[in-house]
Write a protein that binds this ligand. Sequence first.
Ligand code: KG4
Ligand code: ZN
Length: 349
Amino acid sequence: MKDAYTVLGIETSCDETALALVRVHQDGNSEVIGEKLSSQIALHQAYGGVVPELASRQHIEALPILFQQLQARFPDDVNQCSCIGVTQGPGLKGCLLMGINFAKGLSLSLGKPLIGVNHIEGHLYSAFLNKPLPRFPFLALIVSGGHTELVYVEQFGAYQIIARTIDDAAGEAFDKSAHLLGFPYPGGRALSDAAASVESSPHQLPKVMREADGFSFSGLKTAIHLLIKKCPPKTPQDTAALCYTIEHAIVDALIYKVKKSLSSYPGCRALSVVGGVSANRLLRTRMEALAREHAMELHMPEPQFATDNASMIALAAAYRLQQSRALLENQQESRGLPVLPRYPIETIS
Ligand code: KG4
Ligand code: ZN
């Protein structure tokens, strides 16, 4: 029987400032006690993308306010938590620094050790928030604004990259296409909502990256650009038809790679899809069909945990604690945690 832990999670790797309290019970079931999140999307919309300097400043303003709100609502859980889990990377350096420095201050004032969490590993476990512990091994498709990775999750902390993007991430492919069609940043969801208003489209896009080992969206991006130039939308229906074609092309490319990798991992009885793009309905439906076809379990985060949040960071830290209680022992040392703007998931030690 493992120990139960409550962890205070902090996430500031990009444009969401988030704090959360998560408890992992002895049986491995997790429970989100409370969350506070401040999104910067409106701030960055005027620029068509995240402005790192503005994002950092916004984090440092929002962090103390969100923390006070969380502490006022859950004083006992904050005071009695086992540790603070904070995103160490990957992400924007200035943004990560704001989160880590705030966490170091809290660590001193509350007398709690710090655990650095890999943001991608956080996404990986977002599918298990308010649920039982995952059963290993499983194959995970991580699709966000900054990352596209297909990972073989052998055990907690043991990750093997099957494929990762060599250029744009899936979320970027959605967002850049949405931008070309006049949707405000980030645009992925708006593009998907527009696509859902039609049932077919006269347009076609090439099937991309079938042979390549990794994911690549640059060829598709060029094809989308040319398609929009050739068929500029004149009505909302025209725009919706283009969105339909674009969404199907991006999702097809993702599904193709997942499907192709299944034969190499016959022992895997479960699939998961996580990250902001996992909120996409078409991707969810196609992953459900794939899992059914191969008699596999499918794990997906509840929609509010698909995009960046602190609960997933707290959960990854709590699982880490269940692996090694020793992490609680040296508070002083834990406060030396560096930021790791580039932090591939397979390098977690
Ligand atoms: O995981 P996330 O919040 O941030 C990163 O770590 O990057 O992912 C954000 C990405 C954005 O690109 C956004 O457009 C995309 O997730 N996204 C979607 C949908 N909801 C969010 N893309 C397609 N369809 C959606 N429904
Ligand atoms: Zn993310």
